[in-house]
Write a protein that binds this ligand. Structure first.
Ligand code: ADP
Length: 499
């Protein structure tokens, strides 16, 4: 049968999606199922591993049904997933030892503090490109082992550790492969991204037995075939990549210096920095962008904690708009921001500022300030924060990128995209397929199964739909950025004054 399609499993934090593409990268069907979030204590977040699995399988079946294609026409499946989320299960029964501990979960913050106090931060950063943080997998894994007294069992090889990709592969691919790819391994704090191997020094620092770790494979590599009870066809599973890495791939950022930003609840910016590992001098992290034929490509990564969430806040808490999309025409009604800035540091400030104690502020209010100014200030804040990340990346990399490729829900906002281009002075490109995460996983799967033989062939499916070129005079942009910096300083000063 003619194998003209590629499927992506996109296992996210709130839903499991499946998307079917043609081998030219055209989206033909998608389906998503949400699942329950568990909050056992304030700041703790868990998922039921069985929910992750069942919603993902149902999403795949639904997408295939919707597409009307024969499953035998699918050449390969790629997996992309919420990163860092940590699972442990029994190697013999598949039974989870605990719920999945989700990346957002802060339960291990005290453990991280201990590690920092003991002076291990520099070593960890040198090897992993990451900062010690409860966000990454290592302390979550250690917590599960401690909580359930599982060290001996883990050392005996009776337990499997995995991120979500590993959990899915173990259950949906024939023969229970225990694997992860280099991008997901790069988010654990246990993996040396220079040598591309689990690191004994890090393993002993976090007290993690090697016997429970998955085998690390390339991001495009044959893993096995889909269990036949899922779709009735033994479809090869040939790719894994963490969600942001897949999005960078789906945006065809294959060359050094190419960068993408995803505007979702938070914003995630990644820049391809080529095959040389580099540590950031500006508070960014370094990660494996993908690994192909055993060779890693690296990326710098930065995130905005409150991106689209600032717009949700306008809608849900302030009730200034009913729909996120209203912010676009309202912002256009004003000639400018009238000196009003909002810093949505609701949970502190990330790169390049790293101030966990900063809190949100609005500055520059006058008697004439109204609802529209607050709306515009919130939208502008998404662009300023993303602009700060890009500047940090450009400074680390040593050159400003030619363009910024964008995706995610809030990239639909044309005012925001134009404003982003204006204040950064570079072109913003929005592709035809905005499902770049799923597309990236599908394209990697195509590479893994041999439908594409090079990155150039893979890139042929990517094309720009909308381009936003800088139109604002550079002096006007500089004035706005100066105002933003003052607002940032005000947000920081507010936290410093606290007794
Ligand atoms: P996630 O994957 O993080 O759930 P999405 O990519 O679905 O996020 O994007 C949703 C976010 O984008 C929400 O925070 C929402 O407020 C914001 N958003 C959606 N549409 C718009 C719009 N037209 N203008 C501004 N923000 C928007």
């Amino acid at each position: 049968m003619n194998k003209r399609y590629l499927a992506a499993l996109d296992q996210g934090t709130t839903s499991s999606r499946a998307v079917i593409f043609t081998t030219e990268g055209q989206l033909i069907a998608s389906a998503a199922f949400e699942f329950k979030q568990h909050y056992p204590q304030p700041g703790w977040v868990e998922h039921d591993p069985a929910d992750i699995l069942s919603t993902q399988i149902e999403a795949l079946r639904a997408a295939v049904r919707q597409s009307g294609i024969d499953p035998n026409e699918i050449a390969a499946i790629g997996i992309t997933n919420q990163r860092e989320t940590t699972l442990v299960w029994d190697r013999h029964t598949g039974q989870p030892a605990h719920n999945a501990i989700v990346w957002q979960c802060r339960r291990t913050a005290p453990m991280v503090e201990e590690i920092e106090k003991a002076g291990h931060a520099a070593l960890i950063q040198e090897k992993t490109g990451l900062k010690p943080d409860a966000y990454f997998s290592a302390t979550k894994l250690r917590w599960i082992l401690e909580e359930h007294g599982l060290f001996a069992k883990a050392e005996a090889g009776d337990l499997c550790f995995g991120t979500v990709d590993t959990w899915l592969c173990w259950h949906i691919v024939s023969g229970h492969p225990h694997v992860t790819d280099a991008t997901n391994a790069s988010r654990t704090l246990l993996y040396n991204i220079r040598t591309q191997d689990w690191d004994d020094e890090l393993l002993s620092l976090f007290r993690i037995p090697r016997a429970m770790l998955p085998r690390v494979i390339d991001s495009a590599q044959y893993i096995g075939v889909l269990n036949e009870d899922i779709l009735g066809a033994p479809i090869p599973v040939t790719a894994i990549a963490g969600d942001q890495h897949a999005a960078l791939f789906g945006q065809a950022c294959f060359e050094k210096g190419m960068v993408k930003n995803t505007y979702g609840t938070g914003c995630f910016m990644l820049m391809n920095i080529g095959d040389q590992f580099q540590l950031s001098q500006n508070g960014l992290i370094t990660t494996t962008a993908w690994r192909l034929n055993g060779k890693p490509t690296y990326a710098l990564e930065g995130s905005v904690f409150i991106g689209g969430a600032a717009i949700q806040w306008l809608r849900d808490e302030m009730q200034l708009v009913q729909k996120a999309a209203e912010t676009e025409p309202i912002s256009r009604e004003l000639d400018g921001n009238s000196g009003v800035y909002m810093v949505p540091a609701f949970t502190g400030l990330g790169a390049p500022y790293w101030n966990m104690y900063a809190r949100g502020i609005v500055v520059g209010l006058t008697r004439g300030t109204g609802r529209k100014h607050l709306i515009r200030a919130a939208l502008e804040s998404v662009a300023y924060q993303s602009g700060d990340l890009l500047k940090a990346m450009a400074s680390d990399y040593g050159a400003t990128p030619k363009a910024l490729r964008v995706d995610g829900g809030a990239s639909a906002n044309r005012f925001l995209m134009q404003f982003q281009a204006d204040i950064m002075g570079i072109t913003v490109q929005r592709p035809a397929v905005l499902e770049t995460t799923a597309l990236g996983a599908a394209l990697l799967a195509g590479l893994g199964v041999g439908i594409f033989n090079s990155l150039e062939e893979t890139a042929s499916g990517w094309h720009v739909e909308d381009e936003f070129r800088p139109e604002m005079p550079p002096e006007a942009a500089a004035r706005l950025l100066k105002g933003w910096k003052r607002a940032i300083r005000a947000a920081q000063a507010w936290s410093e004054e606290e007794d």
